[in-house]
Write a protein that binds this ligand. Structure first.
Ligand code: AMP
Ligand code: ZN
Ligand code: FE
Ligand code: FE
Length: 294
């Protein structure tokens, strides 16, 4: 009989997946079905500032072949002494989904997202790009509307050729229709996750766009002092070289390593669940170490 450890060596996981509860295009049920058909050993639904997708998956019931971690991806402000040109996102794993403070904090973030969309639409309208919130809602259905939904409608109405073009010309940070989003401070995001019994992990270090690894490492040390427990080492946009460098940082500071694709369905057409841009292979052992730390 095959040893379990040998079996596990070949099993892939994906601990960074977005559902229709945020800006992904697959429902939690479709995500569970796809994960099952891809033979993934463990997954986590990590929606932006909401745990509704993870809750729904649990209500549906997790197939016995898949290990499931509750998850969330919280947008946060960096510590005042660091400037992060990119996105600082804190993943929270194995959180208690009925934790009142976590739910209250996420409700505040959801409300802030709702207030942001009309402001983005207003800026686009002034530039001659006419969209309405109800058009976006019609296409998006009952999910949390964000910039990708606005970008999709801009493509559909012929204002731009692609979602990327919508971001590059209008919606990305620094572009004319960018509206800053309310976030929580990173120490608060980490605290809320810890208090909900979860494991706080720094998402996609590459997307922070820090000046160099030295500054990134200083930021990670500072986040660890706040309670950070891990780094997302494996990620769709991390090259093998980046994976090695981030793994070294994790080892130097005794931080857990995690990995995920940031699958969004057709919102990010080039990224597949479980394999990212094609060759990402996130070992099952990372999941085992993560749960062992609980
Ligand atoms: P929001 O929640 O409105 O801040 O939008 C965040 C989402 O936009 C995430 O899913 C990102 O992957 C996506 N996003 C951010 N920048 C870009 C970009 N330049 N091109 C395509 N998608 C992007
Ligand atoms: Zn997203
Ligand atoms: Fe993110
Ligand atoms: Fe994400």
């Amino acid at each position: 009989m095959k040893e379990l450890s040998d079996y596990n060596k070949n099993v892939r996981i994906d601990l960074h997946i977005h559902s229709t509860a945020s800006d992904g295009t697959l429902s939690p049920l479709e995500i569970l079905n796809l994960a099952q058909s891809l033979n993934l050993g463990a997954i986590s639904i990590t929606d932006h500032d909401t745990i509704d997708g993870a809750k729904e998956a649990l209500t549906i019931g997790i197939p016995s072949s898949i290990k499931f971690l509750t998850g969330v991806e919280i947008s946060a402000y960096p510590p005042p002494s660091f400037s992060c040109p990119g996105s600082l996102h804190i993943l929270g794993y194995a959180i208690k989904i009925d934790d009142p403070v976590l739910n209250q904090t996420l409700a505040i973030l959801q409300e802030a997202r709702k207030n942001r969309n009309p402001r983005i639409i207003e800026l686009l309208t002034r530039m001659g790009i006419e969209l309405t919130l109800s058009e976006i809602r019609n296409d998006a259905g009952e999910c949390q509307i964000g910039r990708p939904h606005i970008a999709k409608l801009m493509v559909k109405k012929g204002f731009v050729q692609s979602i990327n073009e919508a971001f590059d010309k209008y919606l990305a940070k620094g572009e004319p229709a960018y509206v800053d989003k309310f976030r929580v401070d990173c120490d608060r995001a980490i605290e809320v996750i810890l208090d909900a019994g979860g494991i706080p992990v720094l998402a996609h270090p590459f997307l922070l766009k820090m000046k160099n690894d030295k500054v990134l490492e200083a930021l990670i040390i500072s986040l660890k002092e706040m309670g950070l427990k891990g780094i997302e080492v494996y990620y769709s946009e991390h090259t093998q070289d980046l994976i090695t460098r981030y793994a070294e940082i994790a080892n130097r500071h005794e931080l857990l390593m995690t990995g995920g694709t940031d699958f969004h369905g057709s919102t990010k057409p080039g990224v597949q669940m479980g394999s990212g841009k094609g060759n990402l292979c996130i070992p099952y052992g990372l999941y085992e170490k993560l749960i062992a730390s609980l």
